[in-house]
Design a protein. Structure first.
Length: 403
């Protein structure tokens, strides 16, 4: 009996040794692949349950590389005077100093250097993005850097303003409600689109056009008016001389960011000519302000100039942008005595092709042609340079109703 017990104990010992040996081998067998198997599995497509494996595309189907976009420079904050441009959607745009696409639109207003106190910047943006997206200028001043910020956003003359004739005369028939013998520079007779009656109009008054525009006819006059009426075969004629002022103002023809923005506080207007003026805001304790601009698509026609003020000839800008209009979006850092500590002037430039914009400084913003043989041209929405060159649609350069 004792011998059988010894044999049983030996059998148990052999079984325990075997179990421990197998357990030690199992992890290596279940979790480790040979190098060849691992290489083969890595080359196989993977699939999520319920889906097909993802195939690697053929080399011939790989699209041509897209240029790496040039990132917009990071503004220097918080010790710098900065201007940036933002859009309602996350579109691709770059705002940079004119010196380099990598230079931020900012300056250290506390430095003694003078060459960095007056900079020009560009905002680069694709044609349709500019046309469709609301845009804002964001300007920031550091604490103890500027006492005040003076803002002068871009504006231009949408229609040609002018002075009405200082003297004129005409004859008016009260029976037929018609004018005759009209004498006066720039005066014309037209039919009122609402009443259907004849009216006498100064050439700079666009309020009776279709669509209606502003009245930009200003100045004073002396008018000699002869009134004729016929009653029972008897003609009666009386002549009087009246003096007065043409009711329009040249600033009524102003358009662009300064004229269209609804940002509060709004850009003020002068009381004589109704021109947009300078907005002054306190910045003693630091300052950040956003100036919103409605997208050109909210206007009636086919230009981008209500948002894009870029011109290739800033030294001799198109007539609507010439003084007293405001060519640049200008932001000045002022001291307590109104002296300019630093000035940033911004131009917004639209690009006809996104692929050119992505090239950065090497791209061509004005590249023209058609879209891959399709009838749509690259320059879908006019810039100032294109308005100047298109004498058919813009014979006198002013955008007018085509804005």
């Amino acid at each position: 009996m004792k011998r059988h017990r010894q044999q049983f104990v030996l059998l148990e010992l052999f079984l325990l040794i075997g179990i421990f040996s197998v357990s030690a081998l199992l992890p290596a067998c279940s979790n480790t692949q040979s190098p060849a198997a691992a290489s083969l599995n890595a080359a196989l497509p993977t699939a999520t349950p319920g889906t097909s494996p993802t195939a690697t595309p053929n080399a011939s189907a790989t699209p041509s590389p897209t240029p790496t976009p040039t990132p917009s420079p990071t503004p220097n904050t918080p010790d710098f005077f900065n201007v940036s441009t933002t859009f309602a959607s996350p579109v691709y745009s770059v705002t940079h100093a004119v010196s380099s696409w990598s230079a931020p639109c900012s300056m250290d207003v506390n430095t003694s250097a003078t060459n960095s106190k007056d900079i020009i910047c560009y905002t680069e943006i694709a044609n349709l993005d500019l046309h469709a997206q609301p845009m804002s200028f964001v300007y920031t001043a550091p604490v103890n850097g500027c006492a005040y910020i003076a803002s002068r956003p871009n504006w231009f003359f949408q229609y040609q303003p002018g002075t009405g004739p200082s003297t004129y005369s005409y004859t008016y028939n009260t029976n037929t409600n018609t004018y005759s013998s009209v004498v006066g520079a720039g005066l014309s007779v037209m039919t009122n689109p609402t009443s259907g009656q004849q009216i006498l109009v100064c050439q700079y008054d666009y309020s009776n056009n279709v669509p209606a525009g502003p009245n930009c006819c200003s100045g004073t006059y002396a008018a000699t008016i002869t009134t004729v009426s016929v009653s029972n075969g008897v003609t009666t004629s009386t002549t009087v001389t009246n003096t007065g002022a043409w009711p329009g103002k040249p600033g009524n023809c102003a358009a662009g960011p300064a004229a269209f923005s609804t940002t509060v506080p709004q850009i003020p207007r002068d009381t004589v000519y109704n021109y947009p003026e300078t907005l002054i805001e306190s910045a003693y304790f630091g300052f950040t302000h956003s100036f919103a601009i409605a997208p050109p698509i909210s206007r009636t026609n086919s230009t981008n100039v209500s948002a894009a003020n870029y011109t290739s000839t800033p030294g001799a800008p198109p007539i609507p942008l010439a003084a007293p209009a405001q060519l640049y979006n200008e932001f000045d850092c002022l001291d307590p005595a109104y002296a300019i500590i630093g000035r940033i002037r911004l131009m917004v430039r639209k690009w006809n092709l996104e692929s050119e914009l992505l090239k950065g400084a090497a791209g061509n913003p004005a590249l023209n042609g058609t879209s891959d043989g399709l009838p749509a041209p690259y320059d879908d929405f006019f810039s100032w340079d294109e308005i100047v060159s298109d004498t058919t649609d813009f014979p006198i350069v002013y955008p007018g109703a085509n804005l």
